[in-house]
Design a protein around this ligand. Sequence first.
Ligand SMILES: [Zn+2]
Length: 88
Amino acid sequence: MSEDASLDQFVTDESDERREESPVVESDPGAAEDPPGPEAPADVEPATTTYAWSDEGAVCDECDDTVERRWQQDGGLVCVECKDWERA
Ligand SMILES: [Zn+2]
């Protein structure tokens, strides 16, 4: 009879320990719940995707112009003139 009581206590103690560790484990399922973010502003600034900046200027892969800012396109870097914004 007393064994039952001690077993009960043991289970309670263990659950308390688990509760302390749970926040770390539960952070994953919580992150999976993606709240609907503000995706509309992304349409306004397509230029914020992936571009390279060079103070001295760099050569565009398409027209060989030397420009400070180039955007990734077809695995290369092109100037603003050659960047196909509508396709991106
Ligand atoms: Zn170009």
